[in-house]
Design a binder for this molecule. Sequence first.
Ligand code: NAD
Length: 292
Amino acid sequence: MARIGFVGLGNMGGPMARNLLKAGHEVAAFDIVPAALDRAVEAGARRAGSAAEAARGAEFVITMLPAGRHVREAWLGEGGMAAASAPDAVLVDCSTIDVATAREVAAASGRAMLDAPVSGGVMGAEAGTLTFMVGGPGEAFARAEPILRAMGRTVVHCGGPGAGQAAKICNNMMLAATMAVTCEAFVLAEKLGLSHQALFEVASKSSGQSWALTTYCPVPGPVPGSPANRDYRPGFAAALMAKDLGLAEEAARSVGVETPVGAKALELYRRFVEQGGGEADFSGIIRMLRKE
Ligand code: NAD
């Protein structure tokens, strides 16, 4: 069993650290919010007094933090985790952050470092069924894979540093645009007098088919398990989708690629968040499109 340092015990990191403990690993945990750290300690983690202390002596050091600036500061800032970690430790950042910061932190860490953002949300983190998209050296990936498997079901090595973040934002850009246009189609169908069920039955067997339609249908009824049946809560928060679309736009700009549909999806999701929809599932954007 491995010695693991885990920093960032929020909605995602808390249950991820618990799954590592359940798998029998030793976890030294830290979060700046005492209540989050207390929960991890109750689950069996050792309380670390700082991020650097959590990193010290660990074979694997994992972060699950909000954004790029937190990741840079935690790893490279004063009393940073990279310098405190053992020279042969594998560092793993599971946060969703911009590709440029992921590459910069990996290069400056002086250690074998992986970017390993996840999809699957809080439910996936709790159930240990997350998908990990991993960028970084193959040897570090091979060492970290069994650890990631204690928290997820699918673990994919996507390429070198930043490739995990690239995979995450490309996937979510496709998802956001597909969801937005699926919502538009249902709103148009409503106005044309076509029932939700009829559109679903035709499109789910035709070329309009997608995960957004058949697994995550944005209207109640056709897919009983989708968030639309629970008033769009809980689910994948629209605010997080807007964040990921912002990262995709930033990445596209940095490499001179035009993503006009992605940019439109970002504009729509930002507007939905501004109108108070940030905590709703991202399929709830249908309400804004209906002008509810
Ligand atoms: P969260 O805000 O619930 O948790 C972040 C935690 O980091 C908090 O407990 C915070 O106190 C802690 N933290 C911040 N700065 C710190 C520091 N310097 N040292 C120690 N702890 C610090 O966020 P979350 O929902 O757990 O998301 C974490 C990451 O995962 C984000 O990048 C998010 O985009 C990504 N993500 C979230 C979801 C989701 O459904 N929530 C899904 C996929 C990916």
